[in-house]
Every structure is written in structure tokens, then in C-alpha cells.
Design a protein around this ligand. Structure first.
Ligand SMILES: O=C(O)CCC(=O)C(=O)O
Ligand SMILES: [Fe+2]
Length: 436
């Protein structure tokens, strides 16, 4: 369904009450705005302070041509304004993860947005799977829409300019940690960075849905352009309040990601953020996710750990981490999602009992009714025998089901549930948000 024709909210968009945005807006300009044309020493100090306190700041005099910024905003709007059939020609799927997409989920709740994703480097190499022992790589490539005709050129030019700014920020952040400016450069030689053009349509239910649910970005840092509408909010560490990142004309927003948190051994954190939507105006934003090469092993930098401040993370492979995150994005879950919170895990010890009643339906109806009444009051659960369902049919369905589940996955997937037909095979059902 298109956002614009949605008269009632699809429950998939509804955030749990504690995550819904509050109508009251906290007016603040606390998030620092840093002028990159100032003396480097001063800029580095300001960046260090902003990284420690917020992990979020804005930069002005950043060197990205402003006319390019307006060209990408214009062509993006033209793309999203195309009819859905046209946009779907560049739709992402299980084979190609790049392109147009309108049903992204964050933590299992659908985001009120449509996006167009493209790689900074075409082609890009990523691990073929999240499996730790699988060393195979997969080549991913951009897919471009035919319309608007200049869309591809503008996007590619933009990627090149913003990449320069991303390197500049990496350098300044490294300096702010007392490292050499180029300390992390080699990690990006085969970067798997990508860009996303976001359109958040005006939403009739801004108190129920979010443009993007609360999350952290995964890579080194994100360089984000936003328009004048506003909606991005960052969670303040001191009290958990959601603080809006006010639009500053022509500025870029910089936020740190998980990789920087690990490198800095938690000196800097990857801040939680989200996007609220607006009942009157649509909003555009364009993040550049600056991601290391797939083979980079992430761990706290040696210069930043010592006996008093030991490493807080074990070394792990960035590429596998990236694929697991993306998998969760596409399939809505990662493996961790199978893990029940401790209070809901079944206890290994089994309580042996035969208290749940077994009721014989061939008995006298009066007696059966009494037994059922009792069982319903006490348990709401009971078993029935002599129920009239042919027993040989029961064994036939058990047998054929086992045969079905034993088939190769490719075969079962032919009958897989999809957005059109909700009946069929399915292997990632969730109960109370936890994968079964
Ligand atoms: O649109 C925005 O302002 C931010 C989007 C975002 O946080 C993301 O795509 O990761
Ligand atoms: Fe983000």
C-alpha cells in the first residue's frame, strides 16, 4: 500500500507506547555546530568535546559544494514523486540489496519512509554470509532508475564529495583521540560504504509511528544531509531525553557509529537516535554510512588501552558484523533474536505432572460438560480423547508434515509466505518480538 493512500495505520508501523514520540518538543540548540574553516587545533578540541558528550554534531564550511547539495535534493524528490510502478523497477530484492525500498523495519516495527540505497564504490565486496566459517565473498552492485535521467550522475558526484568530507572527519576524530590523522585510513581502502536517500512522507499518525525507530549506526561515522523540516532526534545520555537535531541551513550532521565506539574503547559512544515524522510535511535526508572494508578486524586501538583501561571488546570481523546487521534488517531478525529474556526461558528441570485434565468425549454429555467446565475454570487447557477425528488421518498428517519439513530449503521456499499470500511456509515467526 502506498503511504499516501493509507486511511488507517497498518499495525506494522505502530511503536510500543514507550517508544512513541511525545507531542511536546524540547527546544534546544545544545548539539554543537562546528565551523571547519577555523584553526585545526580549535576544531579538534571542539570535536573531541562533542564526541564525548553527544557523539553527534553539525559541521559548516565543510567543503561540499552547496549547489551539489541542492541538485541531489531536487533529483531525489523527482525520483520519489514517480509512480510506484516506476520506482519498483529499481527495487531491492534478495539478490540485489541496493535500490528502492519502502518497507524497512527497525527493531521489528516498520519505518514510515521510503529509501533509495547506493554504494559509494561500485562494485563492493562483502562476505557472502554471516556464518563465521564461510570465507566466500559476494559482489554487490548499484541499480539505477532510468528516471530522472540525471539521478545517477548526481548521486555519484555527491558520493565522491561526501566521501572526502567523511575522510576529513575521520582524520579530525582520530586527532581528537590523540592519534595521528591517518591512523584509520587503511581500514577504508576497500570501504563498503553506502548512501541512502530517505523520503519520510507526511504521516497522519505522527504520535504512533516513527520515520526510523531508535537505533545506532554501525560503521565509523555517518555524514548526513537533512532538509529544513527536522525530525532527527538524539538520545541524551544524562537523562535519556530525545533531543532534536535542529536543521542548520547547508550544514552536515556527523554522528559516530559502533566501529568508532570499539576503536576508542568506549571513550566515544555510538549514540542512539531516531526520526519522528510530521503530519504536514514530507522530509528528505541523505546519510553517507562510512563503513570500513569487510576484512577489517575491529578491536580497541592499542594506543587507547592500558592496564587501567583494558580493552572492553574482543576482536571481531567487521564484514560479518555488517552482514548480520543487514540480514536482521532484511529478515527483521538476527540470531540474537532467538534469545528469550532470562525470565521467559524455559527451565531445564521439568515438572512432572498429570494435573491437566484428560476428558473422554464418549462419556455421558452431562458428565463431560461438568469436567470441561472444571478444566476451563482451573486451566483453560485440557486434552480430549474419543474425539471423532479419524486416528489414521492424524498419523497421515504427521507423516506428510515430517516429509515436507525434511525437504531441501529451496523446495520449501517455493511455498513461502509473502506479502501477497499470508499462507504457506514460514520460518521466522515471532511471538512477543522474539523469534520462535
Ligand atoms: O533521516 C535522518 O535524519 C537519519 C536517518 C538515520 O538515522 C539512518 O538512516 O540511519
Ligand atoms: Fe541512523
Amino acid at each position: 500500500m502506498e503511504f499516501s493512500t493509507m486511511a488507517e495505520i497498518d499495525p506494522a508501523f505502530i511503536q510500543a507506547p514507550e517508544y512513541r514520540p511525545k507531542p511536546k518538543v524540547i527546544e534546544t540548540d545544545e548539539i554543537p555546530v562546528i565551523d571547519l574553516s577555523k584553526d585545526t587545533k580549535e576544531v579538534v578540541l571542539e570535536i573531541g568535546e562533542a564526541c564525548k558528550t553527544w557523539g553527534f554534531f553539525q559541521v559548516i564550511n565543510h567543503g561540499v559544494p552547496l549547489e551539489l547539495l541542492s541538485r541531489i535534493k531536487k533529483t531525489s524528490k523527482e525520483f520519489f514523486d514517480l509512480p510506484m510502478e516506476e520506482k519498483k523497477l529499481a527495487k531491492r530484492d534478495e539478490v540485489n540489496p541496493l535500490g528502492y525500498h519502502d518497507s524497512e523495519h527497525t527493531k521489528n516495527v516498520r519505518d514510515w519512509k521510503e529509501v533509495f540505497d547506493f554504494l559509494a564504490k561500485d562494485p563492493t565486496f562483502v562476505p557472502a554470509s554471516h556464518e563465521p566459517d564461510d570465507t566466500q565473498l559476494r559482489t554487490i552492485r548499484n541499480q539505477w532508475p532510468a528516471h530522472p535521467p540525471e539521478f545517477r550522475d548526481v548521486c555519484e558526484e555527491y558520493a565522491g564529495e561526501v566521501e572526502k568530507l567523511a575522510y576529513k572527519m575521520l582524520e579530525l576524530i582520530s586527532l581528537s583521540l590523540g592519534l595521528s590523522g591517518d591512523r584509520l585510513h587503511s581500514c577504508f581502502k576497500d570501504q563498503i560504504s553506502f548512501l541512502r536517500v530517505n523520503r519520510y512522507p507526511a504521516c497522519p499518525f505522527p504520535e504512533l509511528a516513527l520515520g526510523v525507530g531508535r537505533h545506532k549506526d554501525g560503521g565509523a561515522l555517518t555524514v548526513l544531509a537533512q532538509d529544513e523540516v527536522g525530525g532527527l532526534e538524539v538520545r541524551r545520555k544524562s537523562d535519556g531525553a530525545w533531543i532534536p537535531v535542529k536543521p542548520v541551513p547547508d550544514a552536515f550532521i556527523i554522528n559516530l557509529g559502533d566501529a568508532t565506539q570499539v576503536w576508542s574503547n568506549d571513550r566515544y559512544e555510538s549514540p542512539e537516535h531516531r526520526v519522528v515524522v510530521n503530519s504536514e510535511k514530507e522530509r528528505f535526508s541523505i546519510p553517507f554510512f562510512f563503513f570500513p572494508a569487510h576484512y577489517v578486524m575491529l578491536k580497541p586501538l592499542e594506543e587507547l588501552v592500558n592496564e587501567q583501561n583494558p580493552a572492553r571488546y574482543r576482536e571481531f570481523n567487521w564484514g560479518k558484523f555488517f552482514v548480520s546487521r543487514n540480514r536482521s534488517d532484511y529478515k527483521k531478525q538476527i540470531d540474537l533474536a532467538f534469545i528469550q529474556a532470562p525470565e521467559y526461558r524455559s527451565k531445564p528441570k521439568v515438572i512432572e505432572t498429570d494435573e491437566i485434565p484428560v476428558i473422554d468425549l464418549s462419556n455421558d454429555t452431562k458428565e463431560v460438560v461438568m469436567e470441561i467446565g472444571e478444566a476451563c475454570k482451573t486451566w483453560g487447557f485440557f486434552q480430549v480423547i474419543n474425539h471423532g477425528v479419524p486416528l489414521e488421518l492424524l498419523s497421515r498428517i504427521k507423516k506428510t508434515s515430517k516429509e515436507f519439513f525434511d525437504l531441501p530449503m529451496e523446495e520449501k521456499k517455493l511455498a513461502k509466505i509473502d506479502e501477497v499470500i499470508p499462507m504457506g511456509y514460514y520460518d521466522s515467526e515471532h511471538t512477543k518480538n522474539v523469534r520462535d
